[in-house]
Ligand binder design. Structure first.
Ligand SMILES: C[S@@+](CC[C@H](N)C(=O)[O-])C[C@H]1O[C@@H](n2cnc3c(N)ncnc32)[C@H](O)[C@@H]1O
Length: 404
């Protein structure tokens, strides 16, 4: 029995009538294969789509890191636009989308890798597709070469820092001065281990090594540039996934807030938007993570030529800023985590600042927020779809709202 793939689901699987889900298939393809439940786990492609391409990466077949390498760039860019369009259409909003801006291969500057001991050595890589095994990815087309270069160090740390049954998680971040490695899930530290780990970090040229939140060694402060400001984020902290994607988001935000004298930056992180905006406007940065805010503040204090930046540690889910607190700002930037920020958006809709720049990695919650703002009297501008997660199903966007 054959099936025709009708569309791609949000997880990237092809969906045929039934619904039957088939990974790594594309709309229009005729497929065959054993159906188990509602899935064809290993579909055979009988009629390929014209959008099908040979995957660039030799690890693609087994690796769980990418899910759309079998589709052309143009197809993926259009599909990500469709995801945004469909989410907005569900709220009866018509979208005006700019062309998708996709980050180049080998530019991912932050990743989470897993390390596991083997009999003789260790494996470090991504979890394989739908399995508990780990796929090594020495020729990964996604990660920046600087991150791939530290894999031998991660292997050595795995051999040293875990038991035969345990796994280590490595958050690796490329900085301006080398790679910052934050390890979790390791054996508890003792004095001897600490010395050995510090020596290993030096040997492998890591900028910084952190062990289950314990700082081991800070050989060079691993800083990032936000505009013209140097910031040293806490180990493992959130950063936009590629520099190119970050620049595209900053441009979109600066375009929205241009002309504002006072800006409120909600979910500010380490200042990705705060500091570039502060070249022209005073900014109040609000964020739930104290260490990130401290990094932002230190960066600002050491910078020259920026307007005043103030920071506030606050849980914006439990205590969103209220209209009276928002009203003194000309413009607001809001970049919540994946869950969105429904309560904060409602307060913004009540406060009615002139301009709101929204960044979202969840088109569904974004569309709900857009409806709230439009119903409150805002006009939505064109939307930038910014793809920092090439070959994955993640969709990220920036949009602007102006009070009519
Ligand atoms: C998508 S990141 C954006 C960070 C920053 N705007 C950037 O571009 O680097 C979301 C941020 O929200 C923060 N966050 C998560 N939950 C929060 C909460 N309940 N209250 C305040 N901040 C929170 C995270 O620490 C993270 O820095």
């Amino acid at each position: 029995m054959t099936f025709t793939v009708l569309r791609l689901g949000y997880q990237g699987d092809g969906i045929a009538e039934g619904p039957i889900f088939a990974p790594r298939t594309l709309p229009g393809e005729v497929i065959d294969g054993e159906v188990s439940g509602n899935r064809i786990e290993a579909p055979k492609i009988i009629t390929p789509s014209t959008n099908r391409v040979a995957a660039l990466c030799r690890h693609y077949k087994s690796c769980g890191g990418c899910s759309l390498q079998h589709a052309s760039n143009a197809f993926v860019a259009d599909w990500k636009q469709d995801v945004v369009r469909t989410a907005l259409a569900a709220q009866h909003i018509e979208a005006d989308l700019r062309q998708t801006q996709t980050s180049e291969p080998r530019t991912r500057r932050r990743a989470v890798l897993t390390g596991r001991r083997t009999k003789k050595d260790a494996l470090v890589g991504f979890h394989a597709r739908g399995a508990d095994t780990i796929t090594e990815v020495p020729d990964c087309h996604l990660l920046h070469p600087d991150l791939l270069a530290v894999i031998p160090a991660l292997r050595a740390l795995t051999v040293f820092g875990t038991t035969r049954k345990g796994e280590l998680r490595f958050t690796v971040t490329r900085s301006e001065v080398g790679v910052d490695v934050a390890v979790t899930g390791a054996k508890p530290l003792d004095g001897q281990m600490l010395m050995t780990l510090a020596a290993m970090a030096g040997e492998h040229g890591l900028a910084r090594l952190t062990w289950d939140n314990e700082p081991i060694v800070d050989i060079a402060a691993p800083y990032q540039m936000f505009g013209t400001t140097r910031v040293v984020p806490p180990a493992g902290a959130f950063l936009q996934a590629t520099k190119e994607g970050e620049n595209a988001l900053i441009s979109a935000v600066l375009e929205t807030v241009s002309g504002a004298k006072t800006v409120l930056d909600l979910f500010a992180g380490c200042g990705t938007f705060t500091l570039p905006i502060a070249a022209n406007a005073e900014v109040h940065a609000v964020e739930g993570d104290a260490a990130m805010l401290k990094a932002l503040d230190q960066g600002w204090r050491q910078a020259t030529g920026l307007k005043r930046v103030t920071t506030e540690e606050r849980d914006l889910f439990r205590r969103p800023l209220l209209p009276d607190e928002i009203k003194r700002f000309d413009a607001v930037v809001i970049d919540p985590p994946r869950a969105g920020a429904v309560h904060q958006i409602k307060e913004l809709a009540d406060a009615k600042p002139q301009k709101i720049a929204t960044i979202s990695c969840n088109p569904v919650t974004f569309a709900q927020d857009a409806k709230t703002l439009i119903d409150a009297g805002y006009e939505m501008g064109r939307i930038d779809v910014i793809d920092q997660f090439r070959w994955s199903t993640h969709v990220e966007l920036a949009a602007s709202f102006t009070l009519k």
